[in-house]
Ligand binder design. Structure first.
Ligand code: ADP
Length: 581
């Protein structure tokens, strides 16, 4: 029920519009009843010989009703379409904004393809329901009841005959609704999977080509596509079973009418005009029966989609701005870890960070080294509150990061990570992403410091060159330099560089180090690196091992320890290091 309450939250704002649409829809249905009744009356007047007095007025009523029906139907369709589009517009905006408020763990556990499926196919099923199924159901129900009522007025015997098939019809409709529900859930699932396969394969097309795995990926897609196809065929095979029952019941009404009506006419219990009138209402009884199967399908499809979207948006957002949050414009940049432990999976057994404590004074540079998987990236992600600690505290300027307004905190922290993500935008747009109003000089300075200026100028349109999706068209080192420039341009109080120079050559790295030295006095800098050369000038170096700080100190202090850091140094500088050490 909760998922329907969520839907109702959006639908209730459109109640006036939907109610107006339904009233118009009822008028349209009622106007459809006029023609058969008047036609019957015309036949009666011809029989009585009184047609001269009434014929033209009767015809005028039929034409007038048809005209009014056409106009009202047009208005009704516009009203429902507008209401449904408004509803889905708001829902889609809300869902998108909600996704952006989600923390990292949501993206760790939800595939992009699934999210895309919710935002497209599922929302469209909801739109279709609001635009067509609501009025379609009400209209058909009203037409059916009105036609039966009018039949009762004209001839109760014929009306009863028409109702003979009702129990069969309702039993069949009920069973169809029950059986089709899981089939539609399956369609939504398969649609998500198809989206995911498509998104991953196209997003990863370079890897696919590099490993010549096109055939394998095409086969994977074909399989997902076949499963999607089969889910539709399965749903179809369920509901088409019921279609012949409804179709047969709708068709047999004609036979009931001709036999029953003919006998009653022959017995003199029914006049010919009454038979003509009831015959005119036949469509109004049989048509809703034919429509019923489709309306049941669309309704179940709607339920499945609401359930899927709600299943996603109901998830609790763990990381949010607290009430009375501190909202500083500019942080000073002191960072402290107080006995911090962290697990990615709240219920899991593995502890990714174990009892981490250290202090970074404002303006200091902290180097973080250690083997892959040691927990370096995890550690820095806690400063921006991408995740919350499992125990212990991360303090920035003496205050727990959980006490800050999230945006204010993150605005003060810039990050350049090893997986560079660039937007399809100009080079300037990408560098000034954190502050689109940043003056051109600042953008250029940042690019210069990141050793990106010269290669940007070599590009055809310089800073106005468009970077392909995710930076396609640039080398790994160029992308890293743009990402570093983007972090510089944000002018942060805390700068985090996560393996940012891994893809640049030694000479460029040396240049970047010099610029970084100039810049880093203005902010607290964290440098995660594999090369000793990247961290040796740091105020403090943390050597991480299995989620713990195994050693910490300056380059000299750590060399003097002759421990793990020393071992790393030797492995990078060889015998020469031993002599120096
Ligand atoms: P490093 O930066 O030192 O290479 P990470 O901090 O990336 O190490 O990873 C530390 C550990 O946390 C690894 O065991 C890794 O598998 C795990 N890990 C990293 N990111 C996630 C994630 N998003 N969800 C679950 N586990 C993760």
């Amino acid at each position: 029920m909760e998922h329907l309450q969520w839907f109702w939250g959006y639908a209730k704002k459109r109640v006036p519009k939907l109610a107006a649409g339904l009233v118009i829809s009822l008028c349209v249905s009622m106007l459809g009843m006029v023609s058969p009744y008047v036609s019957g009356k015309i036949v009666g007047s011809i029989q009585d010989g009184t047609w001269e007095a009434t014929l033209f007025a009767s015809l005028a009523v039929i034409v007038g009703a048809a005209f009014a029906r056409a106009v009202l139907r047009y208005i009704m369709l516009r009203v429902f379409e507008r209401a449904s589009q408004d509803l889905v517009l708001e829902m889609r905006n809300d869902t998108y904004a909600w996704i952006h408020r989600q923390n990292f763990s949501f993206f760790d556990s939800n595939r992009v393809g699934d999210i895309m499926a919710r935002m497209t196919g599922d929302l469209d099923a909801i739109r279709h329901f609001v635009a067509y199924v609501i009025y379609g159901s009400v209209e058909n129900l009203v037409i059916f009841i009105a036609a039966i009522t009018l039949m009762f007025i004209v001839s109760w015997q014929l009306a009863l005959l028409m109702l003979l098939t009702a129990p069969v019809i309702f039993a069949s409709g009920f069973r169809q609704a029950k059986e089709i529900k899981p089939a539609f859930f399956q369609i939504r699932e398969k649609f998500s999977r198809l989206n995911t396969v498509c998104e991953e394969n196209i997003g990863g097309n370079r890897v696919v080509k590099a490993f010549t795995k096109e055939d394998q990926e095409i086969a994977k897609f074909t399989e997902a596509n076949n499963e999607f196809y089969n889910s539709h065929i399965n749903a179809n095979s369920i509901w088409v079973k019921h279609l012949p029952i409804l179709e047969f019941c709708a068709g047999i009404l004609n036979v009931f009418l001709l036999c029953g009506g003919g006998i009653l006419c022959a017995l003199g219990r029914l006049q010919l005009w009454q038979l003509v009138a009831v015959n005119g209402y036949l469509w109004a009884v049989s048509n809703p029966l034919r429509q019923m199967g489709f309306l049941i399908n669309d309704t179940q499809n709607f339920f499945a989609s609401v359930d899927k979207i709600f299943g996603m948006v109901r998830k609790k957002i763990y990381i949010e701005t607290p009430e009375d949050a501190a909202k500083p414009e500019r942080l000073i940049g002191k960072v402290e870890f107080e006995q911090v432990s962290f697990k990615y999976d709240r219920h899991g057994k593995i502890t990714e960070l174990d009892n981490i404590s250290f202090v970074a004074e404002p303006g200091e540079t902290i180097g973080i080294v250690g083997a892959t998987g040691a927990g370096k990236s995890t550690l820095v992600s806690l400063i921006s509150r991408f995740y919350d600690t499992s125990s212990g505290r991360v303090l920035v300027d003496g205050k727990d990061v959980r006490e800050y307004d999230l945006q204010a905190l993150r605005r003060n922290i810039a990050m350049a990570s090893q997986d560079v993500f660039l937007f399809s935008d100009t080079v300037e747009g990408n560098i000034a992403y954190g502050d689109p109003e940043a003056p051109v000089e600042m953008v250029e300075d940042s690019a210069r410091d990141a050793c990106a200026h010269s290669f940007i100028l070599e590009m055809e349109d310089g800073y106005d060159s468009i970077v392909g999706e995710r930076g396609v068209g640039l080398s790994g080192g160029q992308k890293q330099r743009l990402s570093l420039a983007r972090a510089f341009a944000a002018d942060p109080a805390i700068l985090i560089l996560d393996d940012t120079t891994s893809a640049v050559d030694m000479e460029t790295e040396h240049e970047m180090q010099k610029a970084l030295k100039r810049r880093s006095s203005k902010c607290t800098t964290f440098i995660i690196a594999h090369r000793i050369s990247s961290v040796k000038n740091a105020s403090k170096i943390l050597f991480m091992e299995n989620g713990r700080i195994a050693e910490q100190g300056t380059h000299e202090e750590l060399l003097a320890l002759k421990g793990r850091y020393y071992g790393m140094f030797v492995s990078q500088y060889g015998d020469f290091a031993k002599k120096v050490g």
